[in-house]
Write a protein that binds this ligand. Structure first.
Ligand code: ZN
Ligand code: FE
Ligand code: FE
Length: 194
């Protein structure tokens, strides 16, 4: 008979695999992005994701287990779609919006899974694991908030079309670039909170 503890360890192994795939994907996303703020957001989340792997190893240890991964087919698929859309929209003003969408799909998957893992750790009375999983969950939510702020500020606007761009782009501004503004500063402050 499988138990909640089995399910917990199973999902833990799924995320251990997912996070290591995301570590390989984030530098590619950062390289593909043409918006400096988006590049930076990906680089910041890469550092956080490296921390997630370390934290997951501690969670495994808190259950008396060695860290092990089990192929996360969802992450494999989401990252593959991300690669495809990045290739399709290369050179397009909508590229950054496409990269944000791909990254948000991954973050939402992580948020859903870490939300479950955090709840289960509490139900299993593993307070150490619950604390570590809550820390990861919060960073995934922050990453999603930053991506939202970037998407809402200017990127999607830049993707609206040539006419819009020609009229709204002031000198020295590349298409798809993010203009510095209040939203960007609040994004930076979100990044600095943790
Ligand atoms: Zn993560
Ligand atoms: Fe998975
Ligand atoms: Fe993430």
């Amino acid at each position: 008979m499988k138990t909640l503890e089995n399910l917990f360890k199973d999902e833990l192994a799924d995320m251990y695999d997912a996070e290591r795939r995301i570590i390989k994907a984030l530098p590619k996303l950062a390289k593909a992005a043409t918006c400096p703020d988006l590049k930076e957001a990906f680089q910041v989340h890469l550092k956080q994701t490296e921390g997630h792997v370390k934290k997951l190893e501690k969670v495994f240890r808190s259950c008396g287990e060695k860290a092990k991964g089990k192929t996360c087919e969802a992450t494999v698929g989401l990252l593959k779609e991300g690669d495809e859309i990045a290739a399709e929209f290369k050179g397009s003003p909508a590229l950054n919006a496409a990269l944000i969408a791909a990254a948000q799909k991954v973050e939402h998957y992580e948020i859903a899974t870490y939300g479950c893992l955090h709840t289960w750790a509490k139900q299993l009375a593993n307070e150490e694991a619950a604390g570590l999983l809550k820390d990861i969950l919060d960073e995934e939510k922050d990453a999603d908030t930053v991506l939202n702020a970037l998407a809402f500020s200017y990127l999607n606007q830049a993707a609206l079309g040539e006419t819009n761009q020609a009229s709204s782009n002031s000198a020295g501004q590349r298409p798809g670039n993010l203009r510095r503004g209040a939203t960007v500063r609040s994004t930076a402050s979100i990044l600095m909170v943790r």
